[in-house]
Ligand binder design. Sequence first.
Ligand code: GLN
Length: 576
Amino acid sequence: MDRLRQMFNVVADGNGNASAASIKRHILASGIQLDDFRLSITMERLGALGEGPISFESFVALVGDELLMLKRTFNRELVIPDWEEYCTDLRMIHDRVANDRSGNNANYIPILRDADPEKWGVAVCSVDGQRLEIGDVDVYHSIQSVSKPLTYAYAIEREGPEFLQSYVGVEPSGRPFNSLELLPDMRPFNPCVNAGAIMTAGVVASSWPEKDARAITGEIMKLWSELCGEVAPVRFSEETMLSERETADNNFAIAYLLRGGKGLPRGVDLHKMLDLYLSCCSIEMTASMLSVAAATLANGGVCPITGRQVLTTDVVKKTLSVMQAAGMYDSAGVFTLEVGLPAKSGVAGAVMTVVPNLMGLATFSPRLDSYGNSVRGVAFCRQLVELFTFHIYDSLSGGRTGCKRDPRASQHNRKQRDLSDLQWAVSHGDRYATKVRDLLLECMIAITLADGEIEEPEIVIMAETYVEIMGHQPKQGELHAMARASQEQIAISGSGPFEQLLQRLRDECLQLDDNAREMILEAAFRVACADGIIEPEEDFQLRGIADALCINEGVLELEIARFQRQRAAQPSVVAG
Ligand code: GLN
């Protein structure tokens, strides 16, 4: 009963009653949609109950059938526990990237040339089915090359990887997507460039002698539909298909080259092969749908929205490997270096990115860079990975990631644990902990004096932090005395003391682990935010401290924004 009571308390009001609205609010705040299949019974019952108060007893009767899912939802036990916080961070990146208007729409066919270049949408779906949609996520657009990895997955599931690989390589090409160049044995480099995707379409087309290209496309559309959890209908654009056919000279050249070189699988008809390839490009979806498809890949082939195994994990593994090696064409190398995630772009402006075991991401923005990748899509991925530990090699232990965030862990709990560990170790004389404490206090005092004055709210925050790390209150006037001593120093030698502090931080930085450096910075901007705003001098000093501690600037900005939000939400903290 206790655990049920705890759950109930999360949604109950001051009178000890919950309501359908409060329950729904909590579910939505966790990132789970109200039409999630895992909560369908609960939702139905809630609907029947209406808007009246829900007592503890009716709550117990209500939640029984889907208890585990509700418990995870209410208790923030989903893969990204602090979903709202995470969404705020992603919105910030979205807004920042929106200012980038560089690049141009693809112009080889009217429908892409005339697409509104301002459209900008970001959709995320976690492997637990938490969903976020920002901006133009419901705009249908042709998926173009984003179709390629799925046609590949379809082909290997149907024909086996060996058969496919005898026709299509898995090597990065380093060439533009429409290049006519092939491997020395006349196989295309990989399934993510046109030549490889055309040959893959050939393998699939040859396996369905009785079906025409459009009927086979229908089968592939069914797979897309399952992959995206049927959140909306997968469409087909006749207009795109007609234009694609009219402008397919280069793709015809590739097809003839393939037929003349290696030969086509089972002697399949060249036009059928090309028609299948072009009609897969003409499938239309939205960023919202693609984010769920990407989440299914992130989740080893099980769609988080429906719970259905759509692809085998082995096929997903191969598909992601190919996306990693070649999904971004001839900038796949740089993308792997900077972003380190499997992704696939298309010339209509979509980028579908997979963070394995965590989430799928899809962006839509039609302006392309010189490689044919969406400018904003790539920029979003870059900024995302600058702030969060999503790059495959961010998992290296012992290294420095610039104190990036990991939304998987509950940061709040971790910070509290760190502070209590520090307190415990300081009280037993641990040298490392003592050093961290000293740097932490000095940085707080430096920020207090950033504008030359010692203000009371700053002393209050310093005292709070002092208690957290020392386990007892500072002596009467102790913090004032420390601050005044520094103030005198500054009066004598200007910015000298702050410069010396930065130098010491730089010297110590290599000996401090990520947690310690973060704690120091966090303490510093707790003080900077004491009066609700960060003054320019404080901002300058915070940046200096972050830089000296090798904490990346994006992370600092994110943290400042987060801290200010928290302050705004609970102004009483300032008063103690
Ligand atoms: N339809 C396009 C082509 O075949 C798809 C290419 C792409 O999205 N990069 O040229």
